[in-house]
Design a protein around this ligand. Structure first.
Ligand code: IPM
Ligand code: MG
Length: 352
């Protein structure tokens, strides 16, 4: 097959982890005779330095024209002064919105070999396999922002249509899994959450009677996620709750560096990125965990290119490498030798 992938390495550890993701994609393409055009484009802080804009027109056009977008990470101290007028994060939000990728899938699976890597007890983590569906293009991230000398405001808005479509995405996923959906909100306080709960209940009753639905308040969900993570199957929630809870959930897997994500809209075009940030503290050291990016590349193969076999092969390679004991510093046991980003990538390639 032929496909075009826009590649946005971004800032900090972004370029380092993207390099490993790309090597995996190139090897798979060659092996299976696919013609992948991988075009790297400036984005985030790197693009601000180059053009003054975190999402230059050229980058946006290339992403729109591509079959999929693979993104590293953006941001860093250089661009985050409280008074900064232009921020890398604005580019990321603008891109998500422009591509219409409202459903952000963040799977969290605990690899048996990493049961000891988490700060939580292995017996709590064993068998955890859940899927967050985070609404990605609405809510407080996108509402009006105001600021004066003595106050600041961020508006949170959700429409019925935005809630309906994300709930349907989550419910369809649940049907392919264990048919259990938990919807997370703060309906005891927020009006947007009361609408969320109402709409979710209606959509599920009318269209997905085969999927069980439970509503959970976000504070309680944060607690249950570490108390009994095995009970969860699919979780659906609004933008900011999803951002916060998925960083928490990454600790079930053992490291923020392990988790991939896929952001999808109506078609097959998607935006794929690890859930971690640019990690300025370790940028340039070659020690970042590339798993989140490599597994995001696998999701890209599956969801945007329809290459299930290749996606599964890549996931199996990562899993086998972890099984063998390969560890970047974020998941290595105290006193053991850890692999560099490149060495870990090499190990995955060797398995492929
Ligand atoms: C994420 C990140 C982003 C978000 C930041 C970098 C704007 O934390 O993808 O989870 O909040 O969505
Ligand atoms: Mg986040």
């Amino acid at each position: 097959m032929k496909a075009t992938i826009a590649v946005l390495p971004g800032d900090g550890i972004g370029p380092e982890v993207i390099a490993e993701g790309l090597r995996c994609l190139r090897v798979l393409a060659e092996r299976h005779g696919h013609q992948l055009t991988l075009t790297e484009l400036p984005f985030g802080g790197a693009a601000i330095d180059l053009t003054g804009n975190p999402l230059p027109d050229e980058t946006l056009h290339a992403c729109r024209a591509a079959d999929a977008v693979l993104l590293g990470a953006i941001g860093g101290p250089k661009w985050s002064a409280p008074t900064a007028k232009v921020r890398p994060e604005q580019g990321l939000l603008a891109l998500r919105s422009a591509l219409g990728v409202y459903a952000n899938l963040r799977p969290v699976k605990v690899h048996p070999a990493l049961l000891g890597a988490s700060t939580l007890k292995p017996e709590v983590l064993e068998g955890v396999d859940l899927m967050f569906v985070r609404e990605l293009t609405g809510g407080i991230y996108f509402g009006e922002k105001r600021r004066d000398a003595l106050s600041a405001t961020d508006v949170c808005t959700y429409t019925v249509q935005e809630i309906e479509r994300i709930v349907r995405s989550a419910a369809r996923l649940a049907q392919k899994r264990r048919s259990k959906l938990v919807s997370i909100d703060k309906s005891n306080v927020l009006e947007t959450s009361r609408l969320w709960r109402e709409v979710t209940t209606r959509v599920m009753r009318a269209q997905f009677p085969d999927v069980s639905l439970e509503h959970m308040l976000v504070d309680s969900a944060a607690m249950h996620l570490i108390r009994r993570p095995r009970d969860f199957d699919v979780l659906v929630t609004e933008n900011m709750f999803g951002d916060i809870l998925t960083d928490e959930a990454s600790m079930l897997a053992g490291s923020l560096g392990l988790l991939p994500s896929a952001s999808l809209g109506e078609g097959t075009r998607g935006l794929y990125e690890p859930i971690h940030g640019s990690a300025p503290d370790i940028a340039g050291k070659g020690i970042a965990n590339p798993c989140g990016t490599i597994l995001s590349a696998a999701l890209l193969l599956r969801h945007s290119l329809g290459l299930e076999g290749e996606a599964a092969a890549l996931e199996r390679a990562v899993s086998a490498v972890l099984e063998q004991g390969a560890r970047t510093p974020d998941i290595a046991a105290q006193g053991t030798r850890a692999l560099s980003t490149r060495e870990f990538g090499e190990a995955v390639l060797a398995k492929l």
